[in-house]
Design a protein. Structure first.
Length: 141
């Protein structure tokens, strides 16, 4: 539990816009899928989240319990969920007809995943190009 508390303490030092973004993603991509647990898309996202948590926690501990730009790699499983969502939406298999709440969640989650994957890709590229300091230090500059 200490590692999670340490991680939350680091996140609390991030810029406010990033804290709001993380809260948005946690609500939309972690909590709300359980409202639609019978829908295949929600199940896929929950599975992706479990894998994301496992890889993200491994990266976090491997980086000395510090959130670095490499942490974005922990969201790699979102890419699969995003591709699945796009496939389901464009093939009409998402069965959103007559389900306005599910449709709103699905489309909003798809856009949120797309935006997050852009941020994650940017962070990983920065990490590969030598930006290795903890995110707390990165944003303090």
């Amino acid at each position: 539990m200490d590692a999670f508390n340490e991680m939350n303490a680091q996140i609390a030092q991030f810029p406010l816009w990033l804290q709001w973004w993380l809260t948005w993603m946690q609500t939309l991509l972690i909590l709300l899928p359980f409202l639609f647990i019978k829908r295949r898309e929600a199940q896929v996202l929950i599975a992706a989240q479990v894998l994301n948590f496992a890889l993200g926690f491994y990266i976090y501990t491997a980086q000395g319990n510090m959130i670095t730009k490499l942490f974005g790699l922990g969201h790699i499983f979102w890419a699969g969920a995003f591709a699945y969502f796009i496939y389901r939406i464009f093939t009409g298999r998402s069965e959103t007809e007559g389900r306005p709440y599910f449709r709103t969640w699905l489309y909003t989650a798809t856009v949120t995943l797309a935006i997050s994957l852009v941020f994650d890709t940017y962070d990983i590229i920065q990490y590969l190009n030598g930006t290795r300091e903890p995110m707390v230090e990165y944003y303090a500059q």
